[in-house]
Design a protein around this ligand. Structure first.
Ligand code: GLC
Length: 423
């Protein structure tokens, strides 16, 4: 890379990882299309190629399942460099996909693409074709992951949260057996330092769940109740709520009132339910274990990024104070786990490192709630990290060291937003 201008550099990263109709998160480590990565990618691409940005989202939704689920990985090409590949998932799709989902950023991304578009006519046309599929995905969530109609959806595999090895899952995950897992060879360790990645024991459990769901033939009317792992993640739910609200706004602009109304009903119900996850002690939301019925005592980023939903202002203000307290201990914010917790690990994936997409979501929520000082601090910290360490997958909050994959797509995408003064 010869250029030093961060905008040019970010665009170069996005182009390098572009495979024509979808973008890989980074070469080597992640050679396929990932669901929430793609939605952030589209937001970044819109800064220099609107047409390409719409294509990114359209490709993702072209692989939506008949039941409404949008899978977390689409295996467009054969690549031996990633495990578990399609032969493990065996979801029996024309183009191979995984069988679980990821945080539903699409509604949020759709609104962002639509409001920033310069060709409103083309944008309206393309947004209109995405409205119904995104709506079906939202409906799938409330039907299949909230079977009792509580207003909160559960994830049934840690990978669904997008925060693979968070401390949040430790207790609930301990219930997942490891017996009977087929022999396997991890590929991530070929590309990244083992001490920065999940452990073998965690991988065994990830795979046990995949095999279990596979035996149930990926039937989403059965998976939730049959899973020994059912966790309500406030960050995940907040993203869904935010996407429902944003989808409703776009639907209104395009005259699709029925879609707008149903999404607003979900927002109203879920925003109240989210409040039951609030912890006064931690000054943030916590995960809830649906199997035991308990809140999970783990101050992770999941309960901080919940501020991306339209939560009450006093909750956003408390979260801003919580982040300020973390900032007294970490040089770069926002760490993915609280430094006050002995389980914090500055280098291990989702157990401490800073992730810029999460920063982007938190800053978006804080800005909307008028918490500008902390939002500005997060943006500054994010830009300081890329100046120091480039476009890494994640960063050590103590010294800013780059960790995981390099030339990382979603990091570049949100940097384009930060540089444009968003949020
Ligand atoms: C890791 C992350 C997940 C992300 C994927 C591709 O699995 O935990 O959130 O979507 O990599 O970047």
């Amino acid at each position: 890379m010869t250029t030093t201008d961060p905008r040019d550099h970010a665009i170069a990263v996005l182009k390098e990882n572009d495979r024509g109709t979808y973008t890989v998160p980074t070469k080597g480590l992640y050679p396929f299309q990932w669901n929430w990565d793609s939605c952030f990618t589209a937001i970044g691409q819109a800064h220099f190629d609107e047409n390409r940005a719409w294509t990114e989202m359209e490709t993702l939704f072209a692989h939506q399942w008949a039941d409404g689920m949008v899978p977390h990985i689409i295996f467009h090409v054969y690549d031996d460099g990633y495990f578990p590949g399609p032969d493990v998932w065996r979801t029996n799709r024309p183009v191979k996909t995984s069988g679980i989902t990821q945080p539903p950023v699409a509604g949020f991304a759709l609104k962002r693409l639509y409001e920033t578009s310069t060709d409103k006519e083309a944008a309206a046309r393309r947004a209109k074709t995405l409205l119904a599929p995104i709506h079906r995905w939202h409906r799938w969530f409330y039907a299949c992951r909230d079977p009792k109609g509580e207003g909160l959806v559960a994830i049934i595999h840690p990978w669904e949260a997008g925060r693979d090895n968070s401390v949040d899952w430790d207790e609930a995950f301990a219930r997942v057996p490891t017996e009977g897992v087929d022999p396997y060879e991890r590929r991530d360790l070929r590309h990244a330092d083992p001490s920065h990645r999940p452990t073998k024991e965690q991988y065994d459990r990830y795979l046990w769940l995949v095999q279990h769901f596979r035996e149930l033939e990926w039937d989403n009317t059965r998976l939730h109740d049959a899973s020994p792992f059912q966790v309500i993640d406030p960050g995940f739910n907040a993203i869904l709520i935010r996407s429902c609200a944003d989808l409703a706004d776009v639907a209104d602009m395009l005259g699709e009132t029925a879609i707008a109304d149903e999404n607003r009903e979900w927002v109203e119900k879920s925003i109240d339910a989210l409040d039951t996850l609030w912890s006064e002690t931690h000054g943030q939301y916590l995960c809830h274990d649906r199997v035991t019925g308990d809140l999970i005592d783990s101050a992770s980023i999941g309960g901080v990024m919940a501020v991306v939903a339209p939560v009450p202002d006093h909750r956003a203000a408390s979260i801003a104070r919580t982040i300020e307290r973390e900032a007294e201990k970490a040089r770069f914010i926002v760490p993915s786990h609280s430094l006050d917790d002995p389980r914090f690990d500055s280098k291990r994936y989702w157990r401490g490192p800073v992730w810029l997409v999460v920063n982007y979501l938190i800053a978006t929520g804080l800005r909307a709630a008028g918490e500008d000082a902390v939002a500005d601090h997060i943006v500054k910290s994010s830009l300081d990290l890329i100046a120091l360490s480039g476009f890494a997958e994640y960063y050590d909050p103590l010294d800013g060291a780059p960790l995981g994959g390099r030339t990382f797509t979603w990091t570049a995408a949100v940097v384009l937003e930060f540089l444009a003064g968003k949020p």
